[in-house]
Design a protein around this ligand. Structure first.
Ligand code: COI
Length: 357
């Protein structure tokens, strides 16, 4: 575990908030940033230079290692306000663990949990007015870590920057999600970094996703890199199917998919609601067979940005299967509502998921 040389975060506040300029009715995801950001340096084996400062461009050397060899990882989480105007985070300790599992795989230094949580807490407190209280809105928090050593040699960088930026967001999808099962390109392979929130995983996905979008699909459903027979994820989300009465989702065992925190929360709640859950390999064949014989009752993606995004249709080999109307989907509507109610403090948090301050 890495040490922190100075735990105290130095704070420099913005002179004039940009908040009055924001049109909350027209928020594009990740385009408007709140007033402040957090920044820390990793140097000589220690976290140091911890500061919160006005959101602004940063200076980097053109030889900064992350720009060349992609040692860059991130997390995503959201802050909400309850009806007493208190700020609530959802499972931030799970994000702290996951960024360190990504860091380990990418040969990067771990971020002490105390530093991760405290930095988020202080940053969000300073920008508390940016946390929307409106239903359907939240403050998206983006912690990220990248190699900052000036280095073109291929080896793990010895210097890093850990930063956090935040942005107010509304719904991630505001139109129907039509997906296509991808059988040519793949997102991740066994032994690779598919389980990590590595920037490169998202870069890999852009070209196939663009081809799909050009054909009218909002997202791709990724399949395994070896045979394209098994389902992995959908777009940037984990994916789940209700086949008959069973909720089926790809297991994280092969480490090719992200161990989503929303994924885990949905599965936990489903089990508690008495729904049969199966985490296992899910073949394209069985999903298509279920769609054909009317047993595919529901399909949705789960992730921090969208929480739960219901899929309207699935296309495989140019054949489109339309799923039941979204308003009739008992399982995803019930769990989607429950998770929002927990995040916003409207129902008891029996799992200790909510971190309030
Ligand atoms: C998430 O939903 O968890 C994501 O990581 C999506 C993000 C890349 C916008």
């Amino acid at each position: 575990m890495n040490t922190i040389s100075k735990t105290k975060i130095q704070i420099e506040k913005i002179k004039e908030s940009k908040l009055p300029l924001v049109n909350f009715k027209n928020l594009q995801f990740g385009k408007i940033f709140s007033d402040h950001m957090f920044m820390a340096d990793y140097k000589n084996g220690e976290w140091q230079n911890l500061k919160i400062l006005p959101f602004a461009p940063i200076e980097l050397s053109p030889s900064c290692a992350a720009l060349h060899y992609g040692q860059a990882i991130f997390e995503g989480m959201k802050a909400y306000k309850n009806n007493k105007n208190e700020i609530m985070l959802f499972r931030p300790f799970a994000n702290a663990k996951r960024i360190n599992s990504s860091a380990k795989r990418l040969c990067m230094p771990e971020i002490p949990e105390e530093l991760f949580i405290d930095a988020i807490k202080q940053l969000v407190k300073i920008d508390a007015d940016w946390v929307p209280a409106l239903e359907g809105y939240s403050l998206y928090i983006r912690p990220f870590l990248f190699a900052s050593e000036e280095l073109l040699g291929v080896r793990p960088s010895e210097e890093y920057k850990f930063m956090i930026i935040t942005c107010p967001v509304g719904a991630y999808y505001n139109e129907e999600v039509h997906v296509k099962i991808e059988t040519e390109f793949s997102r991740a392979s066994e032994g690779g970094v598919g389980f990590a929130k590595a920037a490169g995983n998202y870069a890999t996905a852009l070209y196939p996703a663009k081809l799909g979008q050009d054909q009218g699909y909002k997202q791709l459903v990724w399949t395994d890199a070896k045979e394209h027979k098994y389902i992995e994820e959908s777009g940037t989300m984990n994916v789940m199917f209700q086949i008959g009465d069973t909720l089926v989702t790809p297991s994280t065992e092969l480490k090719t998919i992200l161990a989503g925190i929303t994924r885990d929360s949905v599965l936990t709640l489903a089990r508690e609601l008495g729904i049969k859950v199966e985490e296992r390999r899910v073949s394209v064949e069985e999903v298509i067979a279920a769609a054909r014989n009317g047993q595919l009752k529901d399909a949705f993606g789960t992730g921090t940005a969208a929480t739960l995004a219901q899929i309207s249709s699935i296309t495989f080999n140019n054949e489109r299967f339309t799923l039941p109307a979204i308003e009739t989907r008992k399982l995803s509507n019930e769990i989607g509502k429950l998770i929002q109610d927990i995040k916003r403090g409207r129902v008891a948090d029996t799992h200790d998921w909510v971190y309030q301050f």
